[in-house]
Design a protein around this ligand. Structure first.
Ligand code: FAD
Length: 429
């Protein structure tokens, strides 16, 4: 059996590693000259910056990605962050920003700033919602209806802005509660040694040793219907050459995949699919990379910043893997979600992010290394979490993996891994 994978991002590589390990003939076509998509490193003056991710794995060594990496035999060391997360709050109660000083509280103490009544309500909701998870509204709306306090909105916007690059108002409550459940189930974040490239390089090794082939600078320009059966995909076209396969796995999201389909009968199912895929709004964000001689945070976990104007959170991965910066330097990265309505004001959003960093790190020396914005074809998430379509398509042997088809409750690459696991079950049984 032969599988063709479109795109050598994390989703494509995980799928190729798994299928090649099962004895399938696998060919991966990647349009860029490098492998890894938004999950690899950009070497810059001795720093290992990245094409996308902040060198973090949401559930560290015990989550779905770590499990799948172990299953396919990829040799990756993921070190759990300690503490996994802290929350930076103003030093004085009542202050609404960091201008007059700040302190950090542990993430598990997020209940402390709630009023006594709301803390009691929280205990009740933690128990009752596990039995009867709420549905049909956004997480922000659920908070307004149940624990309406300024802190609830700040901490949920900061957490979901960091984790999903979405405001709490854009996260369906079902997805939010599934994510919270997964935090209990798998624990908090970790850093892969070698950063994102440590993961994708290990997968390339597995694919190559299983006899799989990865072609770079090879854009797939169409997916053609089979000659004998026009309801199935028969081949892909790369640089004018046709490559036949039994199944096709696309790591480029539903919308881009739908635009490649050629020669298929345009029945109702396919038309509906193309329309729905085109309605997904990728989540956007801005990452600012900083260099410093002394640590700005001092640990490898996430620092959530609910009192910043734009920045949702910051990490400093060199506290776990010093190799991600030149000797004696630290690499610190901030992330901020960009609302869809602000996409045409990116310069202003970047300026607000830089202002936040000046407040958060007031009195500390650092240099801005790189500012990256992510939207449209190179977003934070191809499908906003909670709106993911399934891994199957109306074409029975064409599957979608990656962050356009994440598994439920899977934050970022954990969602990618859940989606790949699900797809592999469908294909391999
Ligand atoms: P991609 O990496 O985009 O891979 C798809 C590949 O397909 C690309 O290489 C592309 O070039 C190729 N391609 C596209 N079209 C074609 C074509 N026609 N033919 C051939 N090839 C094609 N996740 C975390 O878990 N932790 C984090 O810390 C984190 N931080 C993030 C911060 C930012 C700023 C961003 C942008 C993302 C972050 N993420 C994080 C998300 C994570 O990076 C993505 O979920 C993951 O990399 C997506 O992988 P993918 O395989 O779905 O897509």
């Amino acid at each position: 059996m032969k599988a063709i994978v479109i795109g050598a991002g994390l989703g494509g590589l995980l799928s190729a590693a798994r299928l090649s390990g099962e004895g399938w003939e696998v060919e991966v076509f990647e349009r860029l000259p490098f492998i890894g998509g938004r999950f690899t490193n950009i070497p810059y003056h001795g720093f290992q910056l990245s094409t996308g991710a902040l060198h973090m794995i949401p559930h560290g060594p015990s989550g779905p990605l770590a499990r799948l990496l172990r299953d396919v035999g990829a040799d990756v060391e993921i070190v759990r962050s300690k503490p996994t997360a802290v929350i930076r709050v103003p030093r004085k109660k009542g202050d609404r920003d960091y201008k007059f000083g700040h302190k950090d509280i542990l993430f598990q103490d997020f209940k402390v700033p709630f009023s006594l009544v709301n803390r009691l309500k929280l205990v009740y909701y933690i128990i009752s919602t596990r039995k009867n998870p709420p549905k049909g509204i956004s997480f922000a709306q659920w908070c307004t209806d149940h624990i309406d306090q300024d802190w609830t909105h700040r901490i949920s916007d900061s957490f979901f802005g960091w984790a999903l690059s979405l405001r709490a108002a854009d996260v369906p409550v079902e997805e939010a509660f599934e994510i919270i459940e997964n935090l209990y189930r798998y624990g908090g974040s970790g850093v892969p040694m070698g950063g994102c490239k440590g993961v994708t390089d290990a997968l390339v090794k597995v694919i190559n040793s299983n006899g799989g082939v990865i072609h770079t600078s090879s854009e797939v320009t169409s997916i053609a219907a089979g000659a004998a059966d026009a309801t199935k995909a028969g081949s892909v076209i790369v640089c004018g050459t046709e490559h036949a396969a039994d199944i096709i796995i696309s790591d480029i999201g539903h919308e881009s995949t739908a635009t490649l389909l050629q020669g298929f009968e345009a029945d109702r199912k396919l038309q509906d699919y193309t329309r729905t895929a085109g309605e997904l709004k990728p989540s956007a964000g801005i990452k600012i990379c900083l260099s410093s001689d002394k640590p700005l945070i001092g640990h490898g976990g996430v620092m959530l910043t609910p009192y910043a104007k734009r920045v949702n959170g910051i990490n400093e991965v060199t506290n776990i893997d010093p190799g991600l910066a030149p000797s004696g330097k630290h690499l610190t990265m901030s992330h901020q979600c960009v609302r869809w309505e602000d996409l045409d004001k990116l310069d202003k959003e970047i300026e607000l992010g830089l202002e936040d960093l000046r407040d958060i790190f007031a009195g500390k020396d650092y240099e801005v290394l790189l500012i990256q914005s992510y939207s449209d074809g190179w977003p934070v998430n191809r499908s906003p979490s909670g709106a993911d379509l399934k891994n199957r398509t109306p074409v029975s042997n064409l599957f979608i993996v990656g962050d356009g088809a994440k598994g439920r409750g899977g934050i970022e690459v954990e969602g990618v891994a859940l989606g790949v696991e699900h797809t592999m079950k469908e294909i391999l049984g």
